[in-house]
Design a binder for this molecule. Structure first.
Ligand code: HEC
Length: 117
């Protein structure tokens, strides 16, 4: 079987197309945020579910966590652009609503999509 690792390839994703939320989704995958956080109720359980953090807590709150971490949330040394992109990603997830797990589509790369409304 043919396999390859994205991680070893040192790709510069900033040159790819896509909007800020798309880039945020890639950063989410690269940093394995889902190892500790759930989206739509799925993911790791060390940190809180982030599906509706954007509407419940707002931009400044999210950015504060992403910029410096806490005792239990790691500081990923993200650039301002990465913080912005991750915030946009969380915003897009928030807009898509609250999870209905029975209707969710789980992609091969571990990301989760809701069905079209
Ligand atoms: C090692 C586990 C771990 C990883 C990996 C991790 N987090 Fe966290 N995160 C936490 C914990 C634990 C908290 C709660 C921290 C606290 O309240 O002090 C948290 C809190 C947060 C919060 C605030 C949520 C709230 O409702 O208070 C946001 C936003 C967040 N993380 C985003 C991210 C993003 C984005 C990534 C990936 C870049 C990430 N986290 C990766 C453990 C993690």
């Amino acid at each position: 079987m043919y396999t390859f690792s994205l991680y070893g390839m040192n790709l510069d994703f900033s040159s790819f197309g896509g909007n800020s939320a798309d880039r945020g989704k890639r950063i989410w995958q690269e940093k394995n945020c889902t190892g500790c956080h759930q989206i739509y109720g799925l993911g790791g359980y060390l940190g809180p579910d982030l599906t509706n953090t954007y509407s419940e807590r707002g931009t400044a709150y999210i950015k504060a966590f992403l910029k410096s971490g806490t005792q239990t949330m790691p500081d990923f040394k993200l650039t301002d652009q990465e913080v912005e992109d991750l915030t946009e990603y969380l915003k897009s997830i928030d807009k898509s609503g609250i999870g209905r797990p029975s209707q969710l589509k789980i992609n091969y790369d571990g990301t989760i999509e809701q069905p079209e409304k």
